[in-house]
Design a protein around this ligand. Structure first.
Ligand code: MG
Length: 396
């Protein structure tokens, strides 16, 4: 795990350009807010930058009038400033630079939020190259044959390169280049502006995973890279028991089931939901249901247990995590769970906010052995399989 770097190491700030409307992506919301493996696209970049030991302040240039949505997408991420974007990419970067004017950092990274596959390695290469130049940009060679679209003439691809972000600059030089740029032209990127101001810009190797999400089909491609390389799987288990007392029904997975007894407990005693909730806390290594909802706290008396599970799910989401699967086994002689299984699955899926095919509800007896066999109580065990962004580990 990356240790918190000393303040003196924070010699770099970052501007994440996320002010576009993403009309080509086919999405109703700006693409940089669309979820990739459950995590807003913008958050992938910001968290990777946040984790880097040399990056201090991060400015997110957002789509005008959507500040709240951008803040929600980055909830829990510290050290982020939000600045409203302009009509062009240049105007948006300029707005970000203004916010950094007083920042004491010699270097700035300018990154497009539409490239969520940013890696520590590419940031290192860019910053390393800034030791000998005012600007450094990641590029990749052209693999395909390239021709002129109208004349069909083949273009010598060895002389061409694909330009990516993050691009790195000495902050003072970039501010100077933006200030000097004539308002009549729109540059393609900041490197062009720096060269126009007479500064040297060098290239470093880019990364295919920095692919820019532009078209609808780009989502699944980038999602695959992020899902396989930048998330880790975690499994948690949960177990709970509640005593049966005189009554006329029990709660299991948020479903009221008529019975000749009731479950006793501080809350509604939904033993199945408690096991699932504990499994989720286990997967997150985030304590247990007792530490989040102490029985000594009067506010949980008689509480509906779906609130416990919803809270655990929200904590997972706040960390950029996603539920892959929930499996719960109810252990009792009675009531019979079979007739209620579908309703219990539906209920669990709704509370956890995941599709039904990721939810399993099972039941077993203990052959009349033990406390469950004697109808003294009901037990439940559960497992939760989740994925968590590797990048979130830097927060700890
Ligand atoms: Mg319990």
């Amino acid at each position: 795990m990356t240790a918190v770097p000393p303040l003196s190491a924070l010699d770099t700030c970052a501007i994440v350009v996320a002010a576009g409307t993403g009309q080509r992506s086919g999405s109703a919301i700006p693409k940089q807010l669309c979820r990739l493996n459950g995590v807003p696209m913008l958050r992938w970049s910001v968290e990777t930058l946040r984790r880097h030991p040399r990056v201090g302040r991060i400015v997110v240039v957002h789509t005008p009038s959507l500040l709240q949505a951008f803040q929600d997408a980055l909830s829990g991420v510290e050290g982020v400033m939000f600045v409203e974007g302009g009509a062009t990419r240049r105007a948006s970067v300029h707005a970000g630079l203004k916010a950094l004017n007083d920042a004491v950092c010699p270097h700035v990274l300018v990154h497009d939020a539409a490239r969520p596959g940013i890696t520590r390695d590419v940031i290192d290469r860019v910053l390393e190259a800034l030791q000998g130049a005012a600007g450094a940009i990641p590029t990749l060679p052209m693999a395909d044959t390239v021709m002129h679209a109208e004349t069909a003439d083949i273009v010598d691809r060895s002389a061409l390169a694909r330009v990516q972000t993050p691009q790195g600059f000495r902050l003072g030089e970039l501010i100077g280049a933006h200030t000097a740029w004539p308002d009549i032209d729109e540059p393609t990127d900041d490197a062009q502006m720096l060269r126009a101001a007479g500064h040297r810009v060098v290239t470093v190797p880019g990364d295919e995973r920095l692919h820019k999400v532009t078209l609808p089909e780009d989502f699944s491609l980038v999602q695959h890279w992020l899902g396989t390389e930048m998330m880790r799987v975690a499994v948690g288990s949960g177990y709970d028991v509640h005593r049966l007392v005189p009554g006329d029904g029990v709660w299991l997975c948020g479903v009221r089931i008529p019975h000749t007894a009731a479950l006793s407990g501080h809350s509604d005693a939904d033993v199945a939901l408690h096991a699932v909730t504990d499994a989720l806390f286990g997967a997150m290594a985030d304590g247990d249901i007792g530490s989040h909802f102490p029985p000594s706290d009067a506010q949980w008396k008689g509480a509906s247990s779906d609130r416990f599970l919803a809270h655990a799910v929200q904590r997972l989401r706040d960390r950029g995590g996603v539920i892959d699967h929930l499996d719960v086994t109810v252990i009792c002689e009675a009531p019979k769970v079979g007739p209620h299984r579908d309703a219990m699955r539906d209920s669990l899926a709704r509370i956890a906010g995941v599709p039904l095919d990721r939810i399993s509800v099972k039941a077993t007896t203990t052959e009349r052995l033990g406390f469950t066999g004697r109808n003294e109580g009901i037990a439940a065990m559960a497992s939760a399989t989740v994925r968590l962004p590797v990048s979130e580990e830097m927060v700890n």
